[in-house]
Design a protein around this ligand. Structure first.
Ligand code: SF4
Length: 688
């Protein structure tokens, strides 16, 4: 494409923020972004976008972009050539492999990068270095949802399409601040609710915008979702409201599962959740009376020590009521980042190849060994949570991380920072000098989405094409090119000239993408996986079969123990999440003038009761102390939270960063940090 200085260019791209996957045309002149223009052809959003997709792009021209490779010299960095930087990284990798073995190294992929870049990252780890120590940040958010769905229905993505949600008779939102975290998807629910009589139930500990619209909003005690979900399911079974035909024909394990529900009586659930029996019955009746039910859930469910089990309980409820395999029904774990779905889909996981085929499976491994002309270890690698422990234990010595501010977004970051300091050699590839990059030995300047070709996969498993709109800034380069260049220096012979060739290879190896080609993804065309060899895709999963050997889904019994512990000293529950204006830790949105001038600072939401009790007003500076660290932040008194619960948005790169408070406790099945399980004490530092 002609990136001529004097011409206005219109390029189709996909939003780089959330997992809704809005696509639109972006108008540019030289490096200036003139406007973002949505298209009726955009499959996920049509003519809608939110504030981030529309105005959040000027970070690409930020003064803070890294435009040259950097090499550490003492306490500072000096600029270097690509040759010098990559030769240094390659020689360190060789040295570590020789002296300490391939498993002394680890690789972190990015949910901001393309599918093709996730693919080459795991190929570098497995095929060139010889380790399965590769992971991505879905470990910090949605891996428990994937686990719950793997256990019950076999595919770890949304079971239908975003447009299907509008057809649901009932939408049940659990632990998702949908209107701020997935704005355009929320708009579809709002419209269906307002205009088409869709019922809307919201469960959350915080009264956010969707809660205010709901037909029924209920606030269970923190960490108790599994209990009301199971009690509602039990009540449905006891009333004889289960979908017998669906269960007989399509589901295994009914009796064992029903037996496991025994303890979840209305009395037990009411006690554990704080919800009245009437509320529990009302929820059950709503699900029973609805023609179809879709459940939307996010971090409020997954970021708990029982996150996988609660996700499983959601899927169990859907199975019992026959809510799979028809439009308007099903499971919608709402993926956070634009390509967090694709980062896992394309194999940046310690136990899975692209398309979720298991590393432990000899046949699958043999297929990749043959294609890549290498040997790959059978053992599961370290996930990113285990990597930090392994560094502390002295077993992991070198790390190569791209596009992930692990030093802000992982939990218990004081512990993470100590680990980074212990690494022999740390390579960070990013567009900005992130908090994490401050610990690096080499920093490699990468290009954001507007400066490269590739594909992203959104929350509804939809693969969409993005086209290069700008030349890479300075000496920065697309991540896939950097990785290939590094692989060559380690003896590999890849020779990809365009991301389409990487996709071609992935499609030839992984049955999930058998029919994915760039021709079939041209412009606004898209494909939802699984994609058969003839190009037939899957907007709605489980129409006939579940992907298990006998084609049947599986009810999966789960149990519950109270996760949160409070005592007299640490008596405040610190909830946390996203704000509309900022994305995640704010690495990109803080560098967007339009956004950060509107919402410059983080604040702590406190309830009116707590404000009265402790003498807090808007602007009062408080210190929160957990057993792991300290944050200082100003208060905002609001009726969104109640009692001793406070809410701290996660966007901050200074003293308010939530992860100074979080622990290393994690979901027992996936190691996803239990970000939502924080107890802290509060001191007033400076009254307003
Ligand atoms: Fe981007 Fe998500 Fe907003 Fe769409 S809803 S414009 S994908 S941030």
């Amino acid at each position: 494409s002609a990136m001529r200085d004097d011409r206005i260019e219109k390029t189709k791209t996909v939003c780089t923020y959330c997992g809704v996957g809005c696509s639109f045309d972006i108008w540019t002149k030289d490096r200036k972004i003139l406007k973002v223009e949505p298209s009726v052809d955009a499959p996920a959003n049509g003519i809608s976008t939110c504030v981030k997709g529309k105005f959040g792009w000027d970070f690409v021209n930020s003064e803070s972009r890294i435009t040259k490779p950097l090499i550490r010299e003492g306490d500072a960095f000096r600029e270097a050539s690509w040759d010098e930087a990559l030769n240094l990284v390659a020689s360190k990798m060789k040295e570590h492999k020789q002296n300490s073995g391939a498993d002394s190294m680890a690789f972190i992929s990015s949910s901001k990068c393309t599918n093709e870049e996730s693919y080459v990252m795991q190929k570098l780890a497995r095929g060139v270095i010889g380790t399965n120590n590769v992971d991505n940040c879905s470990r910090y958010c949605q891996t428990p949802a994937t686990m719950g769905l793997f256990r019950t229905v076999g595919h770890g993505g949304d079971s239908g399409s975003i447009t299907d949600i509008a057809q649901a008779g009932l939408v049940l939102i659990v632990g998702s601040n949908t209107s701020e975290s997935h704005p355009v998807l929320a708009t579809r629910v709002k419209r269906a609710h307002k205009l088409h009589g869709q019922r809307l139930l919201v469960s959350d500990i915080r009264k956010h915008e969707m809660a205010e619209r709901a037909d029924l909003f209920f606030q269970p005690k923190p960490g108790s979702d599994l209990v009301w979900l199971s009690a509602v399911t039990k009540y449905i079974v006891d009333q004889g409201w289960a979908d017998e035909t669906f269960l007989n024909n399509r589901v295994n394990g009914l009796q064992e599962y029903v037996d496991s529900l025994e303890k979840f009586t209305l009395d037990y659930a009411s006690e554990a959740t704080g919800l009245s029996k009437e509320t529990l019955i009302q929820i059950a009746e709503e699900v029973h009376n609805a023609k179809t039910t879709s459940v939307l859930w996010a971090m409020g469910v997954t970021q708990h020590s029982g996150g996988s089990d609660t996700s499983t309980a959601i899927s169990n409820l859907l199975l019992i009521t026959g809510n799979y395999g028809k439009p308007g029904a099903g499971s919608y774990p709402l993926r956070g980042h634009n390509n967090v779905q694709g980062a896992s889909d394309f194999g940046s996981m310690p136990d899975r190849f692209p398309g979720y085929e298991k590393v432990a499976d000899d046949e699958v491994r043999a297929k990749y060994e043959k294609a890549w002309n290498t040997t790959i270890p059978a053992e599961t690698g370290l996930n990113n949570h285990e990597m930090i422990d392994a560094i502390h234990d002295g077993n992991l010595k070198m790390m190569y991380l791209k596009g992930e501010d692990m030093g802000i977004v992982d939990s218990n970051i004081n512990y993470v920072h100590e680990a980074f300091e212990k690494l022999d050699f740390f390579v960070v590839q990013d567009i900005f000098l992130s908090k994490t990059a401050e610990f690096a030995d080499v920093v490699l300047p990468a290009s954001p989405s507007l400066e490269k070709d590739g594909t992203f996969t959104n929350t509804e498993r939809r693969i969409q094409r993005l086209y290069q709109a700008l030349e890479p800034l300075g000496d920065s380069r697309p991540d896939w090119e950097i990785i290939q260049d590094l692989a060559s220096r380690l003896g590999a012979d890849w020779n990809y000239t365009h991301p389409s060739e990487i996709m071609e290879e992935a499609a030839s190896l992984s049955p999930l993408y058998a029919g994915v080609t760039y021709e079939r993804l041209e412009g606004y065309k898209s494909l939802q996986w699984p994609v058969a060899a003839d190009g037939t895709d899957s907007p709605l999963l489980f129409l006939e079969d579940f992907p298990f050997p006998d084609g049947k889904a599986r009810l999966f019994p789960v149990d519950w123990t109270m996760p949160l512990q409070f005592d007299e000293e640490y008596d405040i529950h610190v909830n946390n999440g996203r704000l509309l204006e900022h994305f995640h830790e704010g690495n990109m949105t803080y560098k967007s003038e339009g956004i950060s001038s509107k919402t410059p600072n983080v604040f702590l939401e406190v309830s009116e009761e707590l404000a009265k009790d402790r003498g807090l007003e808007d602007g009062t500076l408080v210190r929160l102390t957990s057993p792991y660290g300290v944050v200082k932040v100003e208060c905002l008194v609001t009726d969104r939270v109640k009692g001793k619960e406070v809410y701290l948005p996660m966007n901050d790169n200074g003293e308010g960063a939530i992860n100074y408070l979080t622990s290393s406790q994690a979901d027992k099945d996936t190691d996803t940090p239990a970000y939502k399980e924080i107890s802290a004490k509060m001191d007033v530092l400076k009254p307003k």
